[in-house]
Design a protein around this ligand. Sequence first.
Ligand code: TYM
Length: 326
Amino acid sequence: MKRIFSGIQPTGEIHLGNYVGAIRNWVELTKEYDCIFCVVDYHAITVDYPIEELKKRTVETALILIACGLTPEKCRVFVQSHVPEHTELAWIFNCVTPIGELERMTQFKDKSKQHRANINMGLMGYPVLQASDILIYKAGFVPVGEDQVQHVELSREVARKFNARFGEIFPEPKALLSIAPKILGVDGAAKMSKTLNNYIGILEDEKAMWEKLRTAVTDVNRVRRADPGNPEVCNIYTIHRAFSDNQVLLDVDKGCRTAGIGCIDCKKLLFKNLSEELAPIRDRAFSLMKDTDYVIDVIQKSACDCSAIAKETMKEVRSALGLLTI
Ligand code: TYM
């Protein structure tokens, strides 16, 4: 069975972009692959963060993954820092990764602008740690949103460079995109993200969710109800694609182009479908919040499994490097 690895940062809330861009796809993939999913806490410390919040955010992120359907019967969900071999391998990969490759990473450039006062080595080496997350499990596929494809490409290059110098140990992993690999924020302009505060959280209550959806930007050229719109450039239509069936999509597409349906009605339809899918997840998440011991138990067992795999890989790596073993 081919192995899949993917990760998510414990930045607090999980939004619709994370959900349809990645997590929902992860749940689907558990049917066919041996899957490992990771809450990447070491990645989250590359920027300033509230130290007292990190534990809570880490548990909550794992909890939401489980509530979304990534249950221990289907896959492993663990926390990155619980398997320290990730950072050990990252150091070794640092020694085969050209700095120029890291400097040209879009996310590094963006984050360097956002965090001018703290452009640290971790921010630059972020994709090297990501490569190590994937390769330590020799994962063949990495399901991610569009914004992470460049990092997965870099992992391929790291694997190639390592193999060329030390011998064939790592496969070259491929990115797998979901049907909605890029969801824009409610501003309709930038990628939905926590940092930009343009997101809809998947655990938000229905009132808050509707309020954000109601005021979300649509096709900016559709000023009046009577103006025809263009679904291709409308963020709400992109989200519809992820939540609505073909008939609704056809109706909305036609209605929008002929001004037969208004933006609010289109959003109401979306809201109905969104709520139907997210309500059970929200219920499961809220009941898990009363039983975080269960969540801790899941991540502990998964870390134990993952640690065994990671240790095996590190044995091979150390031997290939010519390190003295005792
Ligand atoms: P992160 O935590 O930013 O996002 C988690 C997943 O959600 C996807 N995503 C989106 N997809 C569509 N539209 C959006 N607006 C949107 N926002 C986020 C991301 O593409 C991602 O798949 N570096 C990674 C975490 C990571 C990782 C790894 C991933 C660390 N190690 C190894 C894969 C393999 C990150 O910051 O994702």
